[in-house]
Design a protein around this ligand. Structure first.
Ligand SMILES: C[S@@+](CC[C@H](N)C(=O)[O-])C[C@H]1O[C@@H](n2cnc3c(N)ncnc32)[C@H](O)[C@@H]1O
Length: 336
């Protein structure tokens, strides 16, 4: 387990975007309020390439969601510019296809952002002028009971972002060993009672719905944190595991410097310390690579590829309007 990161999100901050009761009936479409919208767009566009470069530019939104950031970026792009948006969620894809009908500068890619380089190459793109990612789940994913992400709404125990492939959470829980499950709960949920909860889950199988799982965790959890459902950490951990979130993030980050043209920016919004720590350490390593004679030099970057630009949190007004933003951090770096 990585030690707590004093410089990033405190371990007391919510490990998951807080779940608030959805303000709609289960049939109504769920909106997504984009987090750190203006700061992210400004960070991408206000770099050395943003306003000054008038030629055709290409930007990447690695996590389209419901297109909040993509729409704001398109509003700032010129008629010749392009936006390539990734999402592995079919519902996000459908929304992107609708937006493409209205604005052909947008190209939607139904793939993980871990395929950044190969997908851009397939589109014939060599060199982009900005890349952003807004990590984690969207509000529709969390608030639509049928997606199986929520411990507050009953639905099938699914939790896949790309529900067209891979194991559902229900199947994954059947396949994983008790020890491996406990490790996942500890590492990805920072759950202190991981062994006890893993044991209770394995004994309770088969579990088919979110509320069944939430109840097993609730009953097994010996110490509830204030204002936090006892299943919060475990649900986050299982979601991260079945969607390979951290492995995909690492792979994505590694590919960004080679895709960014000099002066182009990378902007990443993360929602918990496991993500933010990775983004921070990646930028640090790219900004200050070990010297050539350093023992890590053989396996790690030795050339400076990025410079740190900013680390931004939502202001009080944004947190008041959108409580889910309260654990967010935006980190910005620039290709040197
Ligand atoms: C927080 S939402 C993005 C919201 C978006 N910025 C907006 O304003 O509407 C995160 C989105 O990223 C997608 N996502 C998460 N991991 C992904 C990955 N590895 N590859 C592609 N999309 C991913 C999720 O399916 C989800 O739709």
């Amino acid at each position: 387990m990585t030690p707590p990161d004093e410089n990033a999100i405190s371990s007391a901050s919510p490990a998951n975007p807080p779940e608030s009761p959805p303000p709609h009936s289960s049939d109504a479409p769920v909106a997504h309020v984009s987090v750190l919208l203006q700061p992210t767009v400004d960070a991408l566009m206000d770099g050395p390439l943003g306003i000054s470069d008038t030629g055709p530019r290409v930007f990447v939104d690695a996590t389209f969601g419901r297109g909040g950031h993509s729409r704001a970026l398109l509003a700032r792009l010129g008629p010749q510019d392009r936006l390539i948006a990734f999402d592995k969620d079919p519902a996000a894809q459908a929304e992107g296809a609708r937006l493409h009908q209205q604005d052909s500068r947008l190209t939607m890619v139904h793939a993980s952002f871990a395929e950044l380089s190969s997908q851009l190459a397939a589109l014939g793109i060599a060199g982009v002028h900005g890349i952003m990612a807004d990590l984690g789940v969207s509000s529709p994913q969390l608030d639509e009971a049928g997606r199986g992400f929520s411990f507050m709404l009953d639905g099938p125990l699914d939790m896949r972002m790309d529900c067209s492939q891979g194991l559902t959470a229900a199947k994954w829980l059947e396949n994983v060993s008790e020890v491996a499950l406990a490790d996942v709960l500890f590492e990805y949920g920072e759950e202190r009672y991981s062994r006890r909860i893993a044991k209770a889950i394995k004994h309770a199988l088969p579990l088919t719905t979110t509320l069944q799982l939430a109840e097993v965790i609730r009953a097994a959890h010996p110490r509830w944190e204030k204002n936090k459902h006892p299943a919060t950490r475990s649900f986050q951990a299982i979601r991260i595991a079945i969607n390979r979130e951290l492995a995909d993030l690492d792979s994505f980050l590694q590919q960004t410097p080679a895709q960014l043209v000099p002066g182009a920016r990378l902007a990443v919004i993360s929602f918990h310390s496991l993500e933010d720590r990775r983004v921070k350490q990646f930028i640090q390593l790219q900004a200050q690579p070990p010297a050539n004679d350093h023992p890590f030099a053989v396996t790690q970057t030795t050339q400076k590829t990025l410079r740190k630009v900013a680390r931004i949190a939502p202001d009080a007004l944004e947190i008041q309007h959108n409580p889910r933003s309260r654990s967010a951090w935006l980190r910005v770096a620039e290709r040197v």
